[in-house]
Design a protein around this ligand. Structure first.
Ligand SMILES: [Zn+2]
Length: 166
């Protein structure tokens, strides 16, 4: 497994990391909105097959999009993902997205995510994903442990080390 960090390594916001196995299977961790203004054409990260319209190319679509939490800088571009790509998130993140659908019906939201339970290893193609609860200002935020091809990635999402449960 290797990683393509599309955004978020040298900036706050716009988080998007692509995990790729040797056979070309891909998972995407977060599809966040950049906090700094960018040109519209540069808004969507260039993840092959992620956001239509666009050529699927030889790699097709990613197997899944996983959202670490509901903040816009991690999930704000998820409504632009191809609806054929399954979305996974915590129960709390799914609930927040559902509330947004009610309170802001004109604002696009991603397809209803599948709940990714805490501490339960979950197979997505060649990947094993384990969601780990972390303390953050977004309820039910998760870090994501991704394992494939003998390698492991711990994607923290956002977390804080202060406060009541720091
Ligand atoms: Zn956050």
């Amino acid at each position: 497994m290797h990683l393509v960090i599309h955004r978020g390594s040298h900036e706050i916001g716009g988080s998007c990391v692509e995990c790729v196995t040797d056979d070309g299977s891909r998972l995407v961790l977060d599809l966040g909105l950049p906090l700094a203004p960018v040109l519209r054409d540069a808004l969507l990260p260039r993840v092959p097959g992620m956001c239509p319209p666009g050529d699927l190319g030889p790699t097709g679509r990613p197997l899944a999009l996983l959202l670490s939490h509901a903040h816009l800088d991690h999930a704000g571009l998820a409504p632009h993902a191809d609806p054929a790509i399954p979305v996974f998130a915590s129960r709390g993140t799914v609930a927040i997205l559902d509330v947004n659908r009610i309170l802001q019906p004109d604002v696009p939201t991603p397809a209803r995510p599948v709940v990714l339970p805490d501490h339960v290893p979950f197979r997505i193609g060649p990947f094993t994903v384990t969601a780990l609860p972390v303390d953050h200002s977004a309820p039910d935020a998760q870090a994501l442990l991704v394992e494939a091809g003998g390698r492991r990635l711990l994607y923290s999402g956002d977390l804080r080390a202060h406060g009541r449960t720091g």
